[in-house]
Ligand binder design. Structure first.
Ligand code: DAT
Ligand code: MG
Length: 154
């Protein structure tokens, strides 16, 4: 739907590498609306919940360490607009950057699955779960109308 929302996060490697503005630029240019944004050093518990479906994977501990060690924050965002969950995943590219198409964020900026710079919700259910996990407090998400949105969404 037009008011569909997804959780997008620039991971610590992407923050170190100065990619925050590149990510925002792509979503903003396309016409999506930013309804939440913050820098967070996630606790291990938050990170483990976020990646709960990967708990049994051999890389899980390393993944949680790197997300939550505080060497850089995670830049957490919620973006809204038509089909944004699926389109956001397409804009990000395949999990393994060596399989990410040129033109996608990972396909432009990354070469390693353990340093793939960005997260995006992979389904409606994940988006709901991740948005409430990272932006659970009242007032953290803003309902607003982008000026000129009638020239972007008909
Ligand atoms: P995605 O981030 O594309 O949704 P995922 O949910 O399967 O991918 O995995 C979450 C993150 O875990 C991924 O962005 C990077 C890390 N990861 C996945 N597979 C990995 C692997 N084989 N080795 C190291 N890290 C991996
Ligand atoms: Mg995933």
């Amino acid at each position: 739907t037009e008011t569909e929302r997804t959780f997008i996060a620039v991971k610590p490697d992407g923050v170190h590498r100065g990619l925050v503005h590149k990510v925002i630029e792509r979503f903003e240019n396309r016409g999506y609306k930013l309804v939440g944004l913050k820098a967070v050093v996630p606790s291990r518990q938050l990170t483990e919940e976020h990646y709960a479906d990967l708990k049994s994977k051999p890389f899980f501990k390393g993944l949680v360490d790197y997300m939550s060690n505080g060497e850089a924050p995670v830049i957490a965002m919620v973006w809204e607009g038509p089909d944004v969950i699926k389109q956001g995943r397409a804009m990000i590219g395949a999990t393994n950057p060596l399989q990410s198409a040129p033109g996608t964020i990972r396909g432009e900026y990354c070469v390693s699955v353990g340093r793939n710079a960005i997260h995006g919700s992979d389904s409606f259910e994940s988006a709901e779960k991740e948005i409430s996990l990272w932006f659970g407090k009242a007032g953290e998400l803003i309902d607003w109308k982008r000026s000129g949105s009638e020239w972007v969404i008909s």
